[in-house]
Design a protein around this ligand. Structure first.
Ligand SMILES: Nc1nc(=O)c2c([nH]1)NC[C@@H]1CN(c3ccc(C(=O)N[C@@H](CCC(=O)O)C(=O)O)cc3)C=[N+]21
Length: 296
């Protein structure tokens, strides 16, 4: 059996079209600020695609690139200035930050009303409590992709590999909100392969290229690959690299019912959800009605 490859690009294009139509109805242009500190490879990929998508959706993109040796105090001052700037609607501080900077201290100065990444204590608290709020983009993208294959996730066994604040933890809570039975697996999980084999929906968010092999997957499962890893690609020429997911795609596609590939799956959805959150944040903060395209 060969599985379906879930077309994240096409599904994201639909979300982006809705966002662009919504933006046209607003009385001013929302602005999204992105702060990139240092040179994490997954973050570089993200920045490249994001600015372009923001402008295509009719919004303003502000990009702040800081060197890896930026001090925590400097970064906090920059983020704080964005929080106070009335013309900025969304703030995204790219993670991971360089080791000498406390992520918690930096995230703490993001105005929760501008928290389009859903990473502040206010947003995380709302997610845990089941209150409406800005939800993290990548996890929302995972749920949307899973639902294209299985619209009712109620009672599904979901295994999330990875417990990061950016993906694993919020993804688990969002699947729980869909009434799934959720397991969070991680580096200390015993017999990880067998845990994964119990999954109807397997979400891989570990950051280890092709770690999930065919025999980790239950026949007929839905596999969502969140990994964005840069790996050497000598076939493309010396010193060249390519993107690889956390899932061994060629093996997975032989076992699963559907596989969301990386690239081409969750990545484009992350960007689409970020644009969507920016419009939602702008409307809430500025007291505008949320255009119908983004309601619900
Ligand atoms: N605060 C924060 N929020 C994030 O959401 C966040 C972050 N930090 N740090 C870095 C990671 C990584 N990330 C990606 C998003 C989209 C693609 C993406 O669109 N990838 C394309 C590939 C594009 C290409 O081929 O160059 C795809 O998967 O098809 C990749 C990576 C978001 N991240």
């Amino acid at each position: 059996m060969t599985a379906r490859s879930i077309d994240g690009k096409a599904i994201a294009a639909k979300v982006r079209a809705d966002v662009a139509a919504a933006v046209k109805q607003l009385s001013a242009q929302p602005a999204l600020a992105v702060v990139l500190t240092g040179d994490d490879p997954a973050s570089q990929v993200y920045v490249a695609s994001k600015g372009k998508a923001t402008i295509e959706a009719g919004m303003r993109s502000v990009e702040i690139r800081l060197p890896a040796d930026t001090t925590e105090a400097d970064l906090i001052a920059r983020v704080d200035a964005l929080s106070r700037d009335p013309d900025i609607d969304g703030i995204l501080v790219q993670l991971p930050l360089p080791k000498h900077i406390s992520e918690a201290n930096v995230l703490a100065v993001i105005d929760p009303l501008k928290d389009v990444d859903g990473l502040t204590e206010a947003s995380a608290g709302k997610l845990v409590l089941g209150k409406p709020g800005l939800r993290p983009c990548t996890p929302v993208g995972c749920v949307i992709l899973a639902k294209t294959e299985r619209p009712d996730l109620s009672g599904a066994n979901v295994v999330v590999i990875g417990r990061s604040i950016l993906v694993g933890k919020p993804a688990a809570l969002l699947f729980l909100e869909q009434n799934a039975t959720v397991t969070i697996a991680h580096s200390k999980t015993r017999d990880l392969k067998m845990v994964c084999r119990g999954a109807d929906i397997l979400v891989a968010a570990v950051g280890r290229p092709e770690m999930v092999r065919g025999d980790w997957i239950r026949p007929g499962a839905i596999v969502i690959d969140v990994g964005t890893n840069r790996v050497p690609a000598p076939e493309k020429g010396e010193g060249k690299t390519k993107l690889a997911g956390d899932v061994h795609f060629a093996e997975a596609i032989e076992v699963a019912a559907a596989v969301s590939p990386s690239p081409g799956g969750v990545g484009p959805m992350t960007i689409a959800c970020l644009l969507r959150n920016t419009v939602i944040a702008a409307c809430a903060r500025r007291g505008w009605d949320l255009p119908a395209q983004l309601a619900g």
